[in-house]
Design a protein around this ligand. Structure first.
Ligand code: SF4
Length: 348
C-alpha cells in the first residue's frame, strides 16, 4: 500500500520501498508530533523531550497559531484523517485549520521538499470539503494550503495547491509507480529504502567505479576521457559519490570499530587526537569580572568578530537596529553540488 508519506520518495524513485524498521530519527519525529498536538489542544505533553526539542515544538505551535490568524486549529488525531483519491492508505495530518483551508505538518530533522505528500493531503482535503458542493471547474480552482513546520530550523514552507495541481502531482507519481518499465533511480532516499543493499542502481555504480579504477589504463587517460565528455563526467561524479557514500564510508566506519575492538586491519590504525580545550561562558565572565576587563578587551580576546546571523539575532534581542554599513563580507566560495530540482516554494 502506498502511504502518503512515501509519495516524495516515490517521486524520486518509482521503485522505492519503505524500510519497515523505524530509525531513531522517525521515533523522535513521532514523539515531537505527539507533543505538538498536545500543546495545541492545551493538554500536558505526553512524552519526554529534551529542552531544545520542546522549544522547537513550541515554536511550531506558535507559528501554526500565527498562520491560522486566530481561527480554530484541530489537533485531535482521530479527526485529522485524510483519504486521497488514488491512494488506499488513510493519511493523518498533524493539525488542520478548516476555516483557512490550511493544514500543518510538523517536520523534524533535515529540511526536505515533501511536495508530493502535501499535494496528497491537499487533494484529500479539497475532495472532502468541496466535491459535493462545486462543479468540476470550480473544484479544480479551489485551493488548499499546506504548511511544513521545520521546527529544528525554525523555518516554515507554505505550499498552496489548487485541486487540479494537487491531482496532477499525485496522479503523476502513481503513473510512474505503475509504469511496468520503471527503473530504480538512486536518490536522497536510498538509505531509507529496504532494497538499499541490493538495488542495482546502487551496486552498479560501485562495481563500475571499481572496475574503472582497476582498468589497465593510466589514471591520466581516465581523467582525460572523462573531461572530454561532460555528460560522461557528470555521470561518473554521480556514481563516484555513491561509491564513496555507500561503500567507502560505511567500510571506514566499520574498520574503526574493528580496530577499536583490537582486530588487526593491515595498513590501518586508530589515531586519537586530544579534544580541543575550551572555557565556558561562566568561566569567561568570571575572569572578566575578576580582572576588571573592559568590553573591547574581552571581545578582542574572544576572537573579535561575530558571525552575521549571530550578530543580527543578538541585536534583535537587545532591540537595537543593525547598522548595515558595519557589515563586512568575506569572499564567497564556489562549491560543486549535485543539481537537483526544487519543488517546494518558500513562504513569503
Ligand atoms: S535503493 Fe534502489 S529502489 Fe531503493 S530508492 Fe534507491 S534506487 Fe530506488
Amino acid at each position: 500500500m502506498i502511504r502518503h508519506s512515501t509519495l516524495p520518495k516515490l517521486a524520486q524513485c518509482a521503485k522505492y520501498e519503505s524500510d519497515p524498521v523505524a530509525g531513531p530519527a522517525a521515533e523522535r519525529g513521532t514523539k515531537m508530533d505527539a507533543a505538538y498536538r498536545a500543546l495545541l489542544m492545551g493538554q500536558p505533553v505526553p512524552v519526554n523531550l529534551e529542552t531544545e526539542e520542546l522549544e522547537a515544538v513550541m515554536w511550531a505551535v506558535d507559528t501554526a497559531r500565527d498562520l491560522a490568524d486566530g481561527a480554530y486549529i484541530e489537533a485531535d488525531e482521530a479527526k485529522l484523517k485524510v483519504t486521497t483519491p488514488g491512494l488506499d492508505h488513510t493519511g493523518t495530518e498533524d493539525s488542520r485549520c478548516e476555516d483557512e483551508n490550511m493544514s500543518f505538518d510538523l517536520k523534524t530533522g533535515q529540511m526536505r521538499s515533501y511536495y508530493e505528500q502535501m499535494a496528497a493531503y491537499a487533494l484529500g482535503n479539497l475532495e472532502r470539503q468541496f466535491t459535493e458542493h462545486f462543479d468540476q471547474q470550480r473544484l479544480n480552482e479551489s485551493t488548499w494550503t499546506c504548511v511544513l513546520l521545520f521546527c529544528d530550523q525554525r523555518e516554515f514552507t507554505r505550499i498552496e495547491f489548487t485541486y487540479a495541481t494537487a491531482k496532477a502531482v499525485v496522479d503523476g507519481v502513481l503513473e510512474a509507480v505503475n509504469d511496468p518499465n520503471a527503473q530504480p533511480t538512486a536518490c536522497e532516499y536510498c538509505s531509507w529504502c529496504r532494497k538499499a543493499d541490493t538495488c542495482v542502481a546502487r551496486t552498479g555504480p560501485v562495481v563500475e567505479t571499481a572496475a574503472l579504477v582497476q582498468a589497465e589504463t593510466s589514471l591520466e587517460a581516465i581523467r582525460a576521457g572523462l573531461l572530454a565528455d561532460p555528460a560522461k563526467l557528470g555521470l561518473f561524479l554521480q556514481k563516484a559519490a555513491i561509491f564513496e557514500k555507500e561503500l567507502v564510508k560505511p567500510l571506514k566506519d566499520a574498520t574503526k570499530e574493528l580496530l577499536a575492538a583490537d582486530t588487526e586491519v593491515p595498513g590501518w590504525k586508530l589515531q586519537v587526537s586530544k579534544g580541543a580545550e575550551h572555557f565556558d561562558r561562566i568561566a569567561v565572565v568570571s575572569a572578566a569580572v575578576r580582572g576588571k576587563s573592559g568590553l573591547d578587551d574581552l571581545v578582542a580576546a574572544m576572537g573579535g568578530d561575530m558571525k552575521g546571523e549571530a550578530y543580527r539575532a543578538w541585536c534583535a534581542k537587545l532591540g537595537v537596529p543593525v547598522n548595515e554599513n558595519d557589515a563586512k563580507r568575506d569572499m564567497g566560495t564556489t562549491r560543486l553540488v549535485a543539481d537537483k530540482p526544487k519543488k517546494a516554494r518558500k513562504a513569503a
